[in-house]
Design a binder for this molecule. Sequence first.
Ligand code: PMP
Length: 450
Amino acid sequence: MATRVDPARVAALKEREDAAFVAARPRSAALWAAGRGVMPNGVPMSWLRTSYDHPPLFIESAAGSRLRDVDGHEYADFNIADMSMFTGYGPAPVVEAVSRQVALGSQYLLPTDDSIWVAGELARRYGLPLWQFTLAATSANTEVIRIARSATGREKVLFFDGKYHGHFDDVLVQLEDGRLVPEEDGLPRDVTARTVIVPFNDLDALERALASHEVALVITEPALTNNVGLLMPDDRFHAGLREVTRRTGTLLAYDETHTQVVGPGGLTSRWGLDPDLVTVGKSIAAGIPLGAYGMTPDVAAVLERPAGRDDDKPQVAVGGTLFGNPLSMAAARAAMGEVLTDEAYAHTRRLGTRLADGLEEVVAAAGLAWTTHRFWPRSGLSFSPALPRTATEAMATLDVPLRRLVRVYLANRGVWDAIVGAGPTCSVAATDEDVDRYLAAFGDLVGELV
Ligand code: PMP
């Protein structure tokens, strides 16, 4: 069985599909031209341009599981804004709660009772008793690192190769031929000084890295879901990680920003994990900006120093005027209370399984040795006979031209596919018809490829 398809065939189809994409979207093209006069890359965040190689879509509206662009094309959305719209677009309880709260005042810099409900619900879901809020997962991770440094008196942070935890200095570092280098431009020259990276699923490397007791915090997704597609942990990985972090006095944080879609409490709850901290963001408030981090009472002690304290320890550097604002809290209460229910997770898991079954059938019928992802609502493919275990293995199987072809081919057939880190994922609003549409378009593509 083959793992690679003919690159010349991929290139020819890509050229045809790119031309069709552009021809059918004159309004998006005109808006992009106007955007380029006032925004770098013509879009509100220049990096948005780097997620795709086809021209950007401009969006008119969205409802449920469907996006509608300014040229009138409707898409079944399996990217769901890099999983931040897992609730689907415009769920009625969130629309109602947010409309009510914005009229009453979107920010007071004083708490509302929604914050108590939301913190309590996150505690129930993730099993950590105390919570704080930010505006995004990135800022939750930034705060958690500072808290860990304060709690341990150590400076370094350990990540696993292939990670993504947001855009902040400590994490924008990668392994290149065994050496740590800045991932992008514009970072301080010594950005690698406080970061340690070891391969995922490598407990021996982890043991060696923590042995000198210099690492304040290990932060990881329970399964890596970003630059590497999907890396699942070996059976003993999380138990080993917890044991060695405890033995070396290192704090352990799970970043559930993506993995929260597997059920209430994310993989922490599904797999019975026992971290010191958990971070989340994206879909907890149905796409209204909110990040959160939960912690044990031991960790929280560094935040609970009173204002008129009598010790000489400085306050931990956490903060942000709009963090944990009443509008975000109202959205999170409605989202978790009325949309992200047990039934909703069961529905998305059923659809995710259907999508995985369908992909597996198409791939097997074409005689391709590709592996289907099975991750609750999320599916996808590794272009390899087995799921990779490390970032190095994952990168070796990442066929970028093929990925790009899949995306534009599906877009031309009313399917908005996921970027590499997001699935395809079925939202709470997704339907069997959406899954059918995905599988039909993907089946047509594979039919043309082999
Ligand atoms: N952590 C993880 C695991 C993520 O996948 C992401 C975004 N892809 C982030 C953090 C950062 O989220 P945000 O950009 O919303 O701050």
